[in-house]
Design a protein around this ligand. Structure first.
Ligand SMILES: [Fe+2]
Ligand SMILES: [Fe+2]
Length: 173
């Protein structure tokens, strides 16, 4: 018996026997995933000027990460571990950029950003740095957010980016 689940952060559907531990699309933790009946979209409600600035900075970080991880994936042999890992990272970051844009009510910008550093080790190190920096920023944003939906979003982002950071950390050991 399979059910239709929807992620309350990114709004993507998932069909399965049970809820996944993390959303496969945006990496949000299980508690944000519901059955379709309880699902509602995140992108409504008023934002303060500070929240708008924080969400715009989120868009910028996520767009750069999407472009960079795509480039790292494309720079490695197709179906190799790094190629697959960074394809998934890029997919998740693009989902984050999309949600931030929806919360802001703006069009998604072109995914432009930094390029592969030329070696797997350098790319893993840079990724760890980017993810650490993102977690730090999102914790700061979470500390001053008032809008309930944006609060959930930053909470989910911290969980997802921490997961990326820890994964890369293991690869580097
Ligand atoms: Fe999601
Ligand atoms: Fe992200």
């Amino acid at each position: 018996m399979v059910d239709l689940f929807v992620c309350g952060i990114c709004g993507e559907p998932y069909i399965g026997g049970s809820k996944p531990d993390d959303c496969p699309f945006c990496g949000a933790p299980k508690k944000f995933i519901t059955g379709f009946e309880e699902f509602s979209t995140l992108w409504n409600g008023e934002l303060t000027a500070q929240e708008k600035r924080d969400l715009q900075e989120t868009v910028d970080l996520e767009v750069n990460a999407t472009a960079y991880y795509k480039d790292v994936s494309d720079s490695n042999e197709k179906y190799s571990k790094i190629n697959r890992l960074f394809k998934q990272f890029a997919r998740v970051e693009e989902e984050h950029a999309e949600v931030a844009c929806k919360l802001l009510g703006i069009e998604e910008p072109e995914m432009k950003g930094e390029k592969s550093k030329g070696s797997i080790e350098e790319d893993l190190k840079r990724t760890r740095e980017l993810e650490k920096e993102a977690v730090k920023k999102y914790k700061k944003f979470l500390g001053r957010v008032e809008n309930e939906n944006a609060r959930k979003f930053f909470e989910a982002l911290i969980h997802a980016e921490k997961g990326h950071h820890d994964h890369v950390d293991r690869e580097l050991k």
